[in-house]
Design a protein around this ligand. Structure first.
Ligand code: MG
Length: 339
């Protein structure tokens, strides 16, 4: 029997600059650092609670505290932990992801093997990651374009009444390919189609969540008419029918904090491939800890948006690397590869 001690710490992370999306603004994120200790080895994870799913730093910590210590005869079987957490309480997927991440890190360290090898990833280098611009006045975009000089793909948050002005302001400065994230911001099929037609002439390669989750009929119509691939984000938490989603979108954005962790995300990726969905791996605003776990899952993806840690004023440690051409890469250190 192995006894794991679970240690929690609030992880309050100031952002480089205010970050705005169609739902609101923030200057700081309030995440949770999760550590598991056993046999002198410490596994590290991070939960990034999301208000969209009624989660806060407090609710994540309360869940993990009530889950308590973890004792098991099968420390390498992560599915047992995942089942126990699910039975303990529904929801709180970011907390579950944080604890599972710490366990995976512990397992890799215990076996002295990087997780990309243990999980048999296709390699340790993944797709190019985008660099995200929150919503801002067009005049602020110049600074952001300069800040993102090293990243070849941009992700632009839209969903305002001046979306076209934002894109035009960026296009005066750079012709880099753009991924647009409307965060449910376009309210009718007509509005969305008008934007898609405009964006199709602006070197936009993907659009994330054009309309609100729940607009099923509208999205089905939009999927048939869109000339740009549409990716579900708010419309997928992991519980939905992937076949049903494939009638509304060309792909899905998987985030550890929505699905509850690495193992569930990998299962969803394999199932999604069977129904022809493209895969994007995204992140919340999270530090390099959770982003390194996201990059690990991103090794199986077509698109990566693993830049949460780049938006922070500073990071608690080092982990994933972003190569000069923008590709994500995990390290060869044991476990998640944090150092
Ligand atoms: Mg999104």
């Amino acid at each position: 029997m192995k006894k794991f001690q679970i240690e929690l710490q609030p992880l309050n992370l100031p952002l480089k600059r205010r970050f705005t999306i169609s739902r609101g603004s923030r200057d700081e994120v309030n995440n949770v650092l999760v550590k598991v200790h056993c046999e002198g080895i410490t596994g590290i994870g991070e939960a990034a609670p999301n208000h969209r799913y009624n989660e806060t730093q407090e609710s994540a910590m309360t869940f993990l505290e009530s889950f308590g210590h973890y004792e098991t005869d099968h420390p390498f079987d992560v599915s047992l932990l995942v089942e126990m957490m699910e039975e303990h309480q529904g929801g709180e997927y970011s907390a579950k992801a944080g604890l599972e991440m710490a366990f995976y890190d512990w397992i890799g360290k215990k076996l002295e093997i990087p997780l990309y090898k243990l999980l048999q990833a296709p390699g340790r280098t993944g797709p190019k990651t985008t660099y995200t611009f929150g919503i801002d006045k067009p005049e602020v975009m110049k600074e952001k374009v300069e800040e993102s000089a090293h990243y070849p793909l941009l992700k632009i948050k839209l969903g305002t009444h001046y979306d076209k002005d934002i894109i035009q302001a960026i296009r005066e400065l750079t012709d880099k390919p753009i991924l647009v994230d409307a965060n449910e911001g376009w309210k009718t099929v007509e509005e969305a189609l008008d934007m898609i037609q405009f964006l199709d002439r602006q070197n936009v390669f993907v659009i994330e969540q054009p309309m609100p989750a729940g607009c099923v009929r509208e999205m089905q119509e939009l999927r048939l008419k869109s000339t740009i691939p549409l990716i579900a984000d708010e419309s997928i938490t992991g519980k939905e029918s992937l076949r049903e989603l494939s009638t509304q979108f060309h792909g899905i954005n998987i985030k550890l904090m929505k699905t509850g962790g690495i193992s569930t995300s990998l299962k969803i990726i394999h199932e999604a491939r069977k129904v022809g969905l493209q895969i994007m791996v995204g992140c919340m605003i999270e530090s390099v800890i959770a982003d390194t776990a996201s990059a690990l899952v991103g090794l199986w993806a077509d698109y990566a948006d693993v830049d949460g840690h780049l938006l922070l004023a500073e990071n608690p440690m080092k982990g994933l690397e972003i190569l000069p051409q923008g590709h994500i890469q995990v390290t060869d250190f044991p476990g998640l590869g944090l150092h």
